[in-house]
Design a protein around this ligand. Structure first.
Ligand code: ADP
Ligand code: TRP
Length: 325
């Protein structure tokens, strides 16, 4: 049995790209009985960017509701909020004291964020050590992440090896499980769907809004209705084939190629598919948003399970360092 662990920042309401590219693949891993999985909402990391208390807690609720609505089973997965296990901040401090300042200075994500953001705080700088702490605290074997997180994983392995070289086997050295993201979900403008590009599709919103977004924001060319159209270069088709059955996708492809089938027809089919195939998740998402205490109790139970593991690891290290436990 392998321990799989991954975290997601709570920076907003998850969109279709997040759901198909990250949430659903992680739930599949978590539901595999061969894995013992830890999945958490990295709300302490979010503080590097979000300073509004209401936004911070609302984001956590929305992210938790999205995971639960998409099928995360809290009986099979330890599902918790990072800030409910403050042990990770203590371990992060220790790790900071073992990791060279010069190496942290080489972090790409810090450079990237400090070019883009106004609030360049020290939390952004030491971000990788809090992330290393999230992972090492739970003796994780595998950490599924996207390519952008590879350097953070290297730093995690590095700091864990530095500690182990000095004191013996304190930490499990985790391995990265690269999510290839073959599924790069396009946004309404055909580019990668992303909050920062404002090209997202919110699958949880009211079906009328979904229709409006698809009709208004996806630009199609002016090929006449009768003329054949190229499915591959069309965002409507690309999105459709991600969620529709292979029979339905093939049918749309053939219709587009044959001509006599317009973008309006294709958009209508896409809207129907987005609305219908996601209806159960939409209903559950809204249920959780309206029942925050239920989400809260799931997260609190998860935190209790997580804390037990966290304290065992932390005590092992505290004792090694010479602190009273
Ligand atoms: P955003 O770009 O909207 O800010 P995040 O960077 O918060 O999204 O991404 C959270 C997770 O969702 C990451 O694991 C990322 O790889 C995945 N993800 C985001 N957008 C897409 C997309 N368009 N296609 C596939 N995966 C995506
Ligand atoms: N840094 C990750 C991201 O932005 C989120 C994260 C925090 C994480 N702690 C983690 C991911 C531990 C994996 C393991 O996506």
């Amino acid at each position: 049995m392998s321990r799989i662990l991954t975290g997601v920042q709570s920076t907003g309401r998850p969109h279709m790209g997040n759901i198909l590219g990250a949430i659903i693949p992680a739930i599949e891993l978590a539901n595999n009985p061969e894995n013992d999985s830890f999945l958490f909402i990295a709300d302490l990391h979010s503080l590097t960017q979000i300073k509004n208390p209401k936004t911070l807690s609302e984001n956590t609720l929305q992210v938790a509701a999205a995971w639960l609505a998409c099928g995360l089973d809290p009986n099979k997965t330890t599902f918790y909020r990072q800030s409910d296990v403050p042990e990770c901040t203590e371990l992060a401090w220790y790790l900071n004291c073992f990791f060279p300042y010069q190496r942290l200075k080489l972090a790409h994500s810090f450079k990237d964020k400090s070019d883009r953001l106004e609030d360049i705080n020290s939390g952004l700088f030491t971000y990788p050590m809090l992330m290393a702490s999230d992972i090492l605290l739970y003796d994780a074997n595998y950490v599924p992440v996207g390519k952008d997180q590879l350097q953070h994983l290297e730093m995690t392995r590095d700091v864990a090896s530095r500690v182990n070289n000095k004191y013996g086997e304190i930490f499990v050295i985790p391995e990265v499980k690269l999510q290839e993201n073959t599924q790069l979900i396009p946004g309404t403008d055909g580019e990668k769907m992303s909050k920062s590009r404002e090209n997202t599709i919110d699958l949880f919103q009211d079906p009328k809004q979904i229709k409006k977004i698809i009709n208004k924001n996806i630009i199609t060319d002016d090929t006449p209705l009768e003329a054949p159209k190229d499915p591959q270069s069309s965002t409507v088709y690309q999105l459709f084939q991600l969620i529709a059955s292979s029979e339905k996708s093939l049918k749309m492809k053939e219709n587009l190629k044959a001509g006599g089938y317009g973008w309006g027809h294709a958009k209508k089919e896409l809207v129907d598919e987005l609305v219908n195939s996601f209806a159960p998740q939409r209903e559950k998402f809204n249920y959780y948003l309206n029942n925050p205490s239920e989400v809260e109790s799931v997260l609190i139970k998860g935190a209790e399970k997580a804390k037990k593991v966290a304290n065992t690891t932390l005590n092992r290290f505290r004792k090694t360092l010479g602190y009273n436990i």
